[in-house]
Design a binder for this molecule. Structure first.
Ligand SMILES: Nc1ncnc2c1ncn2[C@@H]1O[C@H](COP(=O)(O)OP(=O)(O)OP(=O)(O)O)[C@@H](O)[C@H]1O
Length: 256
């Protein structure tokens, strides 16, 4: 993944959410995005997922340039998997049906429309459930699950998609420390086993250090540091959360 001089302002906003960001992420690396609320982490992940229009700069994901004016080609979309902070699951469907939804982008448009999966789709979904340790939950409805179980379903759905890039927006924000470590073990382990690149945002520097090979600090839409995890100092992390003066958006500026 290569990002050069990337800037973006949300529609209707005068302030940039991302400002002149440049990053180079080698294939297969696990990267954590750290930064205070409103720093731009979600925006960057959404942009890399091909969901935002009208940005400036150059961005190449999995060897193909993203176009600021149009969404990625349908054929390329399943290569990037996204784990949403709020899971984005179909609450009244079963776990298996949700995980099979991860296969939709790999089906022909007609099959996807009819929701008819092949035996390969089913095998892939079941393997993803097993990898996430929730094979026994396959027939349970999502609305009967705990937060940690839902998070596993969201990751299983992402893995069923067979992505080469996994983007995850605060994947462990609602979990206790032990569950959070389990989920990040799962996410980064699955990415490594598949040779996939992983990028996740977090508010927990300790977990980022433990599970990412590279840590990118963002504040006020800018990259403040971009270092191998072993080079990240406590001071740099502390400063990242102290430095809120440049934060765009309401309610986030340092009060003088
Ligand atoms: N849809 C939107 N419209 C206008 N401004 C937005 C929108 N989404 C985010 N922003 C603004 O863009 C900036 C970056 O927000 P973003 O959600 O990317 O930050 P973040 O680092 O993910 O924060 P958090 O850790 O709280 O999730 C903020 O100033 C925010 O208010």
């Amino acid at each position: 993944m290569q990002i050069d001089d990337l800037s973006f302002a949300h529609p209707g906003s005068d302030l940039p959410a991302l400002e002149r960001i440049s990053l180079l992420v080698p294939t297969g690396e696990s990267v954590a995005l750290l930064g205070p609320s409103g720093a731009g982490k979600t925006t960057l992940l959404a942009l890399l997922d091909g969901r935002l229009r009208g940005w400036q700069g150059r961005t190449s994901v999995l060897g193909a340039s993203l176009d600021p004016d149009r969404p990625p080609l349908r054929a390329r979309r399943p290569d990037t998997g996204f784990v949403f902070q709020e899971f984005a699951l179909v609450e009244r469907s079963t776990v298996l049906r949700n995980v099979l939804n991860g296969r939709l982008g790999r089906m022909s448009p007609l099959r996807a429309l009819m929701g008819s999966s092949t035996s390969h789709d089913l095998e892939t979904a079941l393997a993803a459930l097993a990898d996430c340790g929730i094979a026994d939950l396959a027939e349970r409805r999502v609305d009967s699950l705990s937060g940690g179980q839902r998070q596993r379903v969201a990751i299983a759905r992402c893995l069923a998609q067979e992505p080469r890039l996994i983007l995850a927006d605060e994947p462990v924000s609602s979990l206790d420390p032990a569950r959070a470590a389990e989920i990040l073990t799962l996410l980064t382990g699955a990415a490594r086993a598949r040779g996939a690149t992983a990028m996740f945002s977090s508010h927990q520097p300790d977990l980022a250090r433990r599970f990412a090979q590279r840590i990118v600090g963002i504040s006020g839409g800018r990259v403040v540091f971009d270092v191998p995890t072993s080079d990240l100092s406590e001071e740099a992390t502390a400063n990242l959360y102290r430095d809120t003066e440049r934060m765009p958006g309401v309610g986030l500026r340092a009060v003088s």
